[in-house]
Design a protein around this ligand. Structure first.
Ligand SMILES: Nc1ncnc2c1ncn2[C@@H]1O[C@H](COP(=O)(O)OP(=O)(O)O)[C@@H](O)[C@H]1O
Ligand SMILES: [Mg+2]
Length: 320
């Protein structure tokens, strides 16, 4: 199909950027048959085509609340282009807790961001977009399996396209059938990845079955604009706990013994004691606390967890 210069996916038809419009019309006189027909590269990708970073736009993968994702060709490689939406259109992820502790280049930028001036908002926007590419470089260098990033420019992140064994775009964990055995295996692997991330100072902050792709080589963690700096954020422990809990609840559907594990607590204890390394052996259990139980506090905690889980499910539903 590459020679024809035409790709159809999700009911859309993209004509490759390099092919001339008239030429295309003569190639495809039956073009009216297509539901959508575009001779143009999507507007937001045009600067990258002009700069020679992208040669062709092959298809649109997803359009979610935060971003639209395309498959593109860059020279001989097929890559993934994530186009960020404006802050206005974004949802919960922009909450203060995620941005706390993030470094900005200078105090003028920090003041502008606090005041919310136009310059400030632009800075905030860039900080948000750079956070993902920064986290990806940091994590890829630390040996965490994330898409290899290439560049983030003009509000677009260019990165490796994660593929499955057939070379097709990899499915999300949510769309894959699991057995108890494979659930245990992937869970163990992902816990190790979470530890490796924390050793590199990063907490994902939105880890779920929707942000893990099942590549030929195993799970790949994606979607990191909200990644949290573990050292500079007061809510780091809570976010780690939520990420790890999401994994337990998801894989726990296939392997219920995971539901009673306490990896987050164990990992965090090692982290604050500075004894956490990617090789630290973990059991999933922490030593029992022998102090008398505060029943009211416990009931409150259970209720809070239930509510958080309900809210999380609602949020995920809204996003899909
Ligand atoms: N590097 C990639 N390779 C393959 N597919 C990807 C890649 N990055 C994102 N996707 C696809 O695009 C979807 C949305 O990307 P994501 O980074 O999760 O953004 P959002 O904030 O919109 O959830 C993912 O669920 C996945 O299906
Ligand atoms: Mg996502």
């Amino acid at each position: 199909m590459a020679e024809t210069g035409l790709f159809a996916q999700s009911g859309k038809v993209w004509v490759l950027a390099s092919a001339g419009a008239q030429q295309m019309a003569s190639f495809f006189p039956e073009r009216q048959a297509f539901t959508e027909w575009s001779l143009k590269v999507p507007q937001r990708l045009a600067p990258l085509v002009e700069e020679g970073l992208v040669d062709e736009v092959l298809s649109q993968l997803m359009s979610g609340k935060e971003a639209t994702v395309y498959v593109v060709r860059c020279g001989d490689s097929v890559r993934c282009a994530k186009v960020y939406k404006d802050a206005k259109q974004r949802s919960f992820k922009n909450a203060v807790s995620y941005t706390e502790g993030r470094k900005v280049k200078n105090s003028r930028q920090a003041r502008a961001m606090e005041k919310g001036t136009r310059y400030g908002r632009q800075m905030q926007e860039e900080a948000w977009q750079n956070a993902e590419v920064d986290a990806l470089f940091r994590l890829a260098n630390a040996g965490v399996r994330v898409p290899q990033p290439y560049i983030c420019t003009d509000g677009v992140l260019l990165m490796e396209l994660v593929t499955d064994a057939d070379g097709q775009v990899a499915p999300r964990l949510n769309d894959v059938e699991l057995t108890a055995e494979s659930a245990l295996e992937h869970h163990a692997y992902l816990i190790k990845q979470v530890v490796r991330m924390l050793c590199a100072g990063v907490i994902h902050g939105d880890l779920s079955e929707y942000n893990i792709l099942m590549a030929a080589s195993g799970p790949v963690i994606i979607d990191l604009p909200q990644a949290v700096d573990a050292a500079g954020n007061n809510e780091a422990a809570a976010m780690l706990s939520r990420d790890v809990q999401n994994l337990a609840v998801y894989f726990g559907q296939f392997a219920p013994q995971l539901l009673t594990t306490a990896y987050a607590k164990e990992i965090w204890q090692h982290y604050v004691a500075s004894t956490l390394t990617p090789e630290t052996p973990l059991t999933g259990f922490v030593a029992a606390d022998t102090t008398p139980v505060d029943m009211d506090g416990l009931m409150q905690e259970i209720e809070d967890t239930r509510r958080e889980e309900q809210e999380r499910r609602l949020r995920l539903q809204e996003r899909d």
